[in-house]
Design a protein around this ligand. Sequence first.
Ligand SMILES: Cc1cc2nc3c(=O)[nH]c(=O)nc-3n(C[C@H](O)[C@H](O)[C@H](O)COP(=O)(O)O)c2cc1C
Length: 352
Amino acid sequence: MPLAKSAAALPLDMPRSGAPFLSLAPMDGVTDAITRALLTDYAGGDSGISLCTSEFVRVTREPVPEKVLLRHCPELRQGGRTSAGVPVTVQLLGGDPAPMAESARRAAALGAPGIDLNFGCPAKTVNRHDGGATLLKFPGRLRAIVQAVRDLVPAERPVSVKLRTGWASSERMEEIALAAEAGGASWLTIHGRTRMDMYGPPADFGPIGRARAVVAIPVVANGDLSTPRQVDRCRAISGCEAYMIGRPAMARPWLFRQLRGHPPDGRAAYIALLLDFADRLIAAGTTDHRTLGRLKNWLSLSCRIEPAFRSLFDAVKREQHLPALLKVLVAAARDKGGNDPVSGRFEPVHGP
Ligand SMILES: Cc1cc2nc3c(=O)[nH]c(=O)nc-3n(C[C@H](O)[C@H](O)[C@H](O)COP(=O)(O)O)c2cc1C
């Protein structure tokens, strides 16, 4: 397939344009192109997801080769969109402005509808090598990276920035947000935890609201938005009208639709999604062993959000063979007694 050199650019203030903006969070090792297609195909392609972002692409001293960008974001071969037509921005992570900017330019030339910059990753190896949340300690450097990227990416393509609320505290939230804006960020997505919080305490939407109050660009709130009630709470505290959803999307793939006024689905839809996931992994040539691992990981992450799926995870977590796990899922799908709607009745359970 020829490379799409001229994918339609996204509106520069996309989180502010039109209907509620609900993006799918990038999750390394989870939201690869197969998962992005799976979740955006939900409900016949009417998933409610406004935007996806690739898993982070690590940029070190050299700009990233095109083949690496295409591996992380194969949607670049189809105009930078999932099969359901949802745009996918390419996320870059690194601390050196020049290779970050050149990598972004290459991604845009390949057809990325936008670039996202990761200043939130809390992984020790990443932080030790001057990437992710480390830059929250140096707002001046963060600004320089955003600016260098902005300068090399065509003006009509957004450059968004993903942040945590700070390194050890949210004291410098406003300064960080203003630095990203001054560098030319089109919008900010803020995960309501500091780097030191990792995924531990509940997300704090207060600092997100403080950032929103000082910048003119849109701010997208993120963290533990697992029920409509939790989104309402986030809106009341932060004032944000745009949201990013990660782990809750795995437990409640209907959440994006639910936030747009559709009734929630339930256990049967969840199991059907998992079986569809298995089919897609196998069709893409994934080994049985890896497919087994991906399904268990999905179940494990989602039963922390939705306790009703705990028994399903418990039933499969020791399975060593894919056919046995699939058998359990098929049986669970047939079990009408267990076909209860589950969405929205539980408050989030924190920490991975
Ligand atoms: C397994 C995992 C991988 C993640 N990988 C990324 C990543 O590649 N880029 C990024 O910006 N954030 C990453 N995150 C953070 C999420 O995008 C999001 O900010 C965080 O999970 C909080 O949102 P949630 O409560 O809706 O999941 C990751 C989170 C998890 C749990």
